[in-house]
Design a protein around this ligand. Structure first.
Ligand SMILES: [Zn+2]
Length: 252
């Protein structure tokens, strides 16, 4: 079994790249061409650029076989590690208990582990985030089930009539002190999550992406506003994870 779709002879098909997964927006950047004798493949994302070829009747290159997926082992953070995390984001005990951070034990670099919580509280894997500057990739996401696209949920006692969307889990753990918040784990709202929110009759959706993603937030709002009575794009001057002030935009 290979990772590639096989177009019929003489045709090209485009898909999400099996090597880079199309980045965080899951761009359709991977072209596979069947010349009749050869399969040619190339990813057009500059940061990936994976390409190659093999004969239709020949052996499939080894790197096209699916690799066993990384499943991290986690442990409880030490007092010092926990304090580092608290100091970095000025986390309150409540915010910390909602984030429920752990430490990865089997990664090359030191990484925190933030569990991904589904809308009903069950966990669906997590995000391994480096806290040291310059480490790439900064974020490794592991989901138990690759078909899970509902983000990481942090429920507030006020329920789900009002919901805020943010990029990362630290921001979500903070903002959920005021409103039910979902971390998209990126700046992309997956169709499954959109449909889930629309079905659950969310009345007011706040889009509070990081300050450098304001344009994305506006675009997102334009495409999803038909599904909700009210959609608000929140312009942030400081990202929520770095901002300990109460969200006045939510309260007023
Ligand atoms: Zn790629």
């Amino acid at each position: 079994m290979t990772l590639l779709t096989h177009p019929s002879p003489g045709t090209t098909s485009s898909t999400v790249c099996p090597f880079c997964n199309g980045g965080r927006t899951h761009e359709i950047s991977f072209n596979v061409t069947n010349t009749g004798t050869e399969i040619l493949y190339i990813c057009h994302r500059a940061s990936c650029g994976k390409s190659g070829r093999y004969f239709v009747d020949g052996d499939v290159p080894e790197d096209l076989f699916p690799k066993p997926r990384w499943k991290p082992q986690v442990r409880t953070p030490s007092k010092v590690e926990l304090q580092q995390l608290i100091d970095k984001y000025h986390l309150t005990p409540d915010e910390l208990s909602r984030l429920r951070p752990q430490m990865c034990v089997d990664t090359k670099q030191k990484r925190c582990w933030y569990p991904v919580f589904g809308p009903h509280g069950s966990t669906h894997g997590g995000v391994a985030r480096s806290l040291e500057p310059g480490v790439r990739p900064k974020v490794l996401t592991y989901l138990d089930d690759t078909s899970y696209h509902l983000g990481s949920w942090y429920l507030h006692t006020s329920g789900v009539e009002r919901i805020a969307l943010v990029e990362d889990q630290v921001s979500a753990a903070r903002l959920s002190g005021y409103v039910t918040t979902i971390a998209l784990m990126g700046a992309h709202l997956h169709h499954d999550l959109l449909m889930f929110l629309a079905r659950h009759r969310v009345k007011h959706l706040f889009i509070a992406l990081d300050s450098d993603a304001f344009d994305k937030a506006v675009k997102m709002s334009q495409s999803i506003s038909p599904y909700f009575p009210k959609t608000t794009v929140v312009p942030l001057d400081v990202d929520i994870k770095n901002d300990t002030r109460a969200p006045t935009w939510l309260i007023r």
